[in-house]
Design a protein around this ligand. Structure first.
Ligand code: AMP
Ligand code: MG
Length: 486
């Protein structure tokens, strides 16, 4: 098995013209120490994880660069909170290159490895707190089966970093087939450089949508493929209760992956207006806004691609969004309810969400307990019912649910098994991340990160002895504030 320095990088992004990036050397990180290594991500690139002969932390934070890597920071623009910013780019991310192997193509990117030409007066660093959140958050999403970038490693440091208070720096190594964003196209649209848009679109199609390469109308099809991937992604976010927090177009993956974990949050009690990012005062990126925001962001991408297609073609590609999103969401919610997918179930789903909201019922706990719903006519289902202040509201919903189950050739036991595969027991609640951060940062104790990685990578399993991690948040957790500052 290769060590990081002996990995064979192929750098197809860096092989594009330097229009798209700047070559950059990571800034050394003092006292780098490996806090956590994700063995399941390491396996994707066949990376040896027992590297005792070298200081693996140095390779994983950019202090040492593999010989075949070509570090670059990518250029992009983006609509941030609705306003166009003409030049953003990787201000603190540095792409080393890609590894082609039996598990596909994976690019490796350092996050927090020092300033780049796109850092705009910022320090190019990431604090340990936000690095732990991204490390755990991306692996939690992967465990849930939701498309996402991955995280290979977490390296800590003694380097002070100044945010609201003084914190210390950390570097994560992220992995993704591509880190290209909607904003990677927008930058060239606003610069009036259609050739650069075409070359980038050809590149993305060639490597990531190869089935479209030979199509005559490959650009509209490409746009439509991104629309479909994004619609399905957002349906998964809504079904699991994930709020991204900063859905700017520069944080939207061209592959429909969850990308750039900042002030994200999972719902505790079901609250459609949930705003996880305390900097988002207007609630632009509130949980229930995400489907519309994604559509708006896709329109920005479509606009950036108009040099490659007619406006009619762009509109036609965008038009599939509502139907794809709705049908994906209905499918996911029906599966969570143990019912066959059918749009006639929508009133049942909406009524459930209404009573969960009105009773401030924990979404994940309810759905997990629902797996054990007893469909017998006289069953009280007390473990579910007791979650509601308004018991009658639950009873009347349960009566309708029971009817739909019983017309669907229900077998409670088989249904429970199937439902446990789609209703996670464990999600990365804010308070769990906070406990892991405090233990790691203040006590140099990685055991919470370890425990969370273990359960979140298999969130549908029971994990006997770990039930405490499935609990609703304690009172102190209401005061955790998560902002863009990271
Ligand atoms: P984000 O909201 O984290 O996705 O970042 C938005 C933009 O700001 C991106 O271009 C980032 O690279 C850049 N950025 C965020 N934090 C930093 C930082 N500490 N140093 C340099 N650039 C940053
Ligand atoms: Mg970003």
């Amino acid at each position: 098995m290769p060590t990081l320095d002996s990995l064979n990088f192929c750098n197809h992004f860096a092989n594009l013209t330097s229009f798209y990036y700047s070559k950059i050397t990571p800034t050394p990180l003092p006292n780098a120490n490996l806090l956590h290594l994700n063995h399941s991500a390491a396996a994707l690139i066949n990376l040896a994880t027992d590297q005792t002969e070298c200081n693996i932390a140095d390779w994983l934070c950019g202090n040492a660069i593999p010989a075949s890597a070509e570090p670059v920071a990518a250029l992009y623009a983006g609509h941030q909170f609705g306003h166009f910013v003409s030049q953003l780019g990787d201000g603190r991310a540095i792409l080393l290159g890609g590894i082609e192997g039996e598990h596909g193509y994976w690019e490796l990117q350092l996050k927090g490895a020092g300033p780049t030409p796109y850092s705009r007066n910022s320090d190019g660093r990431a604090v340990l707190r936000s690095s732990i959140r991204e490390y755990l958050g991306s692996e939690a999403m992967h465990g849930l089966g939701i498309p996402t970038t991955r995280a290979l490693s977490l390296v800590g440091s003694s380097l002070p970093v100044y945010r609201e208070t003084v914190e210390t720096a950390a570097v994560i190594m992220r992995m993704s087939p591509s880190f290209i964003r909607f904003g990677s196209f927008e930058v060239f649209f606003y610069r009036g450089q259609p050739d650069a848009i075409r070359t980038l679109a050809d590149y993305v199609i060639r490597h990531h949508y190869p089935e479209l390469n030979a199509c005559k109308d490959k650009y509209p099809r490409f746009l439509q493929a991104v629309v479909v991937a994004t619609a399905k992604l957002i349906a998964q976010w809504q079904a699991v209760g994930f709020a991204h927090g900063v859905m700017n177009t520069d944080n939207m993956s061209i592959l429909g992956l969850t990308l750039d974990y900042g002030p994200f949050g999972f719902l505790d009690h079901y609250d459609p207006g949930f705003i996880c990012n305390h900097s988002d005062q207007g609630g632009r990126y509130a949980f229930d806004q995400q489907p519309d925001v994604a559509a708006w962001n896709l329109t920005r991408l479509a606009q950036a691609l108009t040099p490659l297609m007619s406006v009619e073609d762009a509109k036609a590609a965008l038009d599939v969004y509502p139907a794809v999103f709705t049908s994906a969401y209905i499918d996911l919610m029906c599966a969570k309810l143990g019912l066959t997918a059918d749009k006639t179930r929508v009133p049942l789903i909406m009524q459930l969400l209404d009573i969960l909201q009105e009773n401030r019922v924990d979404y994940t706990i309810f759905m997990r307990r629902l797996c054990d719903f007893n469909s017998a006519a006289d069953a009280l289902n007390a473990r579910l019912r007791d979650l509601f202040a308004d018991r009658a509201a639950f009873d009347s919903w349960a009566a309708i649910y029971r009817t739909q189950l019983n017309t669907a050739q229900n077998d409670d036991h088989a249904r429970a098994i199937a439902m446990r595969r789609v209703n996670p027991k464990y999600i990365l609640r804010n308070y769990l991340a906070e406990n892991a951060i405090v233990a790691a940062r203040d006590h140099n104790d990685m055991s919470e990160i370890n425990n969370l990685m273990h359960i979140l990578q298999q969130p549908y399993d029971e994990h006997p002895g770990m039930e405490a991690y499935a609990a609703a948040p304690p009172d102190w957790a209401q005061h955790i504030s998560v902002s863009c500052s990271s």
